[in-house]
Design a protein. Structure first.
Length: 393
């Protein structure tokens, strides 16, 4: 069911349940949606296009929404191809229409549409510029690196609508209810925008003083009321690299199960000790993007990995190098290693994470040699006590 925004702001976004990967790397178990809108006023503005996967349905809905009118403007908030795939078709189909975008977005057009010629049909906008449509006035705000450098967002001063580009988006089709927004919005944010917390914070400072009534992202449900307030509050925490949920994330990567056994044993000890929340991930089997999400979500992370080829388990390496690339910071880390003859996973993992900002390590690391033994249980108990003390401080 299509959402109703207002009599003259029409939703023409499209669900794509068959989409299985986002940006060629993130699993989409429930597909994806691509949002787009039409503002019908004295002048008509089309707000972004959609991915090529849903082009035919979008074109049909666009023409139906226009009801025979010809749009004056196509506003491109973000040039990424999942939102700009229909730009050339739209500009060719409506030869009188002008394309509105940032100067950096305009420079990107030849990169994606080398044959396109929009000479004399573009209008570049910058911070604070306005576009008057009639009753509706769009005010533009630069949002560089949220999550590309050319991004703009716009605020409709008439209806209090924030067209937020990729900010406040989520994985999944539109049909998901806003009250479950945080689950897939969190995985989306930390994997897509997590590195750019400072840029997201800068955007929040611009838009929070506005009389917002609804946020219209390019992915996911439209947010209003309590759902919008909750999303804004979470974005404040996320963009500041804060910890959203009190608890511990235990990530493990094991070859023959012994390292995983130690991790699971520690997790159970933490639960029995009253830890508010314990999340556990088998890095060899579970979605790496979920692990990234949980590593950002909790204040304490435990990484348990087996020594391998003079290094450590590749699944754990993938997590730590990804966290480093995403500017992960401000956490407390505990390490568990295993190695039958030359354990060194803890030393190497620590060296990797020491390059991240404001990381505190719980000492000492726990070292296993093969199977979990009674002496290891005692070491895990000591580690559990240290983690609980950290959570209480």
């Amino acid at each position: 069911m299509k959402p109703v925004i207002s009599p003259d702001v029409i939703y023409i976004g499209q669900d794509c349940p068959e989409a299985d990967l986002f940006e060629g790397q993130y699993d989409l178990p429930e597909g994806m949606c691509y949002n787009s809108f039409v503002i019908l006023d004295e002048k008509v503005a089309v707000m972004d296009t959609v991915d090529a996967l849903v082009s035919e349905a979008w074109r049909s809905d666009l023409l139906a929404a226009l009801g025979g009118r010809v749009p004056d403007y196509l506003v491109v908030h973000h040039m990424e191809p999942d939102h700009s795939a229909q730009v050339v078709w739209a500009m060719e189909h409506f030869p009188q229409m002008k394309l509105v975008c940032s100067a950096k977005a305009l420079a990107m057009i030849p990169l994606y549409f080398p044959e396109a010629d929009f000479a004399g049909r573009t209008l570049t906008v910058a911070e604070g510029d306005t576009l008057v449509l009639g009753r509706h006035t769009l005010r533009f705000f630069a949002a560089p690196m949220v999550h590309w450098p050319e991004v703009m967002v716009s605020f409709d001063e008439a209806d209090g609508l924030l067209f937020s580009a990729d900010a406040f988006g989520k994985f999944g089709v539109y049909g998901a209810e806003p009250d479950d927004w945080a689950c897939e919005a969190r995985r989306y944010y930390f994997n897509i925008c997590g590195k750019y917390g400072a840029s997201v914070s800068a955007l929040l400072r611009k838009v929070e003083p506005l009389p917002l009534k609804m946020i219209l992202p390019l992915h996911g449900p439209l947010l209003s009321g309590e759902a919008m307030s909750s999303a804004l509050a979470l974005y404040k925490v996320w963009s500041a690299y804060g910890s959203e949920t009190e608890g511990v994330f235990v990530a493990h990567a094991s070859f023959h199960g012994h390292t995983s056994e130690a991790a699971q044993t520690l997790a159970q000890m933490l639960r029995e000790s009253g830890c508010p929340k314990v999340a556990v991930s088998d890095l060899t089997r579970e979605d790496p993007a979920e692990a990234v999400e949980d590593a950002f979500r909790y204040p304490v992370i435990v990484v348990a990995a087996t020594t391998y080829d003079g290094s450590y388990h590749p699944a754990a390496q993938k997590l730590l190098t990804t966290l480093k690339a995403k500017a992960w910071q401000g956490k407390t880390v505990a390490l568990i290693e295993n190695g039958s003859w030359a354990p060194q996973a803890a030393r190497l993992m620590r060296a990797e994470l020491e390059t991240c900002k404001n990381i505190t390590f719980i000492e000492p690391a726990v070292t296993l040699r093969g199977a979990v033994k009674s002496s290891d249980i005692a070491a895990l108990r000591t580690l559990c006590d240290s983690i609980m003390k950290t959570l209480k401080n």
